[in-house]
Design a protein. Structure first.
Length: 319
């Protein structure tokens, strides 16, 4: 009887920790500041991008902290912690709480005491105030699980995102261009016109009757608002609904970036006024969408932006 000798197994390559870290970096994550209070009642905080949801029933979330962290013992002793999800315009705050050189990270930072006195940072996109549910040693980290006692989602802004070792801040970069006077209104109008006309053509093709009904309700809402700022925000919603009706996830991302920038511009615009002459144009756009006529819809959309451009040009000529 012949005995077969198994072939030697291929040697396993050495585990490349750097390559592993780079591979993990291909997954974009949000950025949050985790806060608690020390035994002396002073606030403690650090930047973290390992926050994730765990369970809806009960409401549980988790985050991880390195064993080498100087704040580890404070969080292990604390019975509660808060997770403050940062917005795109809070990158400096993220850097502050990530720096080991800053002694008092809360100096100059606006926050309010929340559940069990937890520091809740003002201006965050969302906050989750948690009682500690459990903690587990996991390799070179401690994994903290929190039972959400209170939460808030009061700010309609894009979140700060970390990807491949850097922040994804397209919208923030555009904001900084605008604030520095390097992004004029003409370029913004051109970008909005091009993107929204593409989305409109797709919406004529892909939109459902329910999508069009939502747009019609939005137009009625615009008509009912007397306040110019409310009308402006509802007008932004009009374009968001057109974007939704296009059913194209790639263009949605681009459109949302422009929308965030437009919202930022409107917040600093002291010349806002009601534009009732644009309501009939929106209704014509919607009518052509229902008719699945992209050429006519795009023509009306171009007319919409022409009217906006004329007013902006008139305002700029008086400055």
């Amino acid at each position: 009887m012949t005995t077969l000798t198994p072939a030697p197994a291929d040697p396993q390559p050495a585990f490349d920790a750097r390559a592993f870290r780079n591979a993990l970096g291909s997954f974009p994550t949000g950025v949050a500041i985790i806060t608690t209070t020390g035994p002396d009642g002073k606030p403690i905080g650090l930047t973290c991008n390992s926050f994730s949801s765990v369970s809806l029933e009960p409401p549980l979330v988790s985050w991880g902290l390195r064993l080498a962290s100087k704040s580890l013992e404070a969080f292990r002793q604390a019975g509660a912690f808060a997770i403050n999800v940062l917005a795109e315009d809070q990158k400096e705050l993220s850097a502050r709480f990530a720096s080991g050189a800053v002694v008092d990270k809360f100096d100059g930072v606006t926050w309010t005491p929340g559940h069990r006195g937890l520091p809740v940072i003002s201006g965050s996109v969302a906050s989750f105030e948690c009682d500690k549910f459990a903690e587990h040693l996991a390799g070179d980290h401690v994994l903290f699980l929190g039972h959400v006692a209170r939460f808030d989602h009061g700010r309609e802004e894009a979140s700060l995102v970390f990807y491949k070792g850097a922040y994804m801040m397209l919208t923030q970069s555009l904001r900084e261009l605008a604030a520095g006077g390097r992004l004029d209104s003409l370029h913004l109008d051109q970008a909005r016109r091009l993107i929204n006309c593409m989305l409109l053509r797709l919406a004529c093709q892909n939109g459902s009757p329910e999508d069009f009904d939502a747009i019609e309700r939005n137009i009625a809402q615009i008509e009912n608002y007397a306040d110019a700022a409310q009308r402006a925000e509802a007008s932004i919603e009009f374009f968001r609904l057109v974007t939704k009706a296009a059913h194209n996830d790639v263009l949605v991302v681009v459109a949302e970036t422009l929308t965030t920038l437009v919202r930022h511009v409107l917040q600093t615009d002291t010349t806002l006024r009601a534009r009732p002459e644009l309501v009939p144009v929106r209704r014509k756009i919607l009518a052509h969408m229902r008719e699945r006529d992209p050429d006519a819809a795009e023509c009306e959309m171009s007319h919409y932006f022409d009217q906006l451009r004329r007013e902006v040009a008139a305002q700029e000529s008086t400055l």
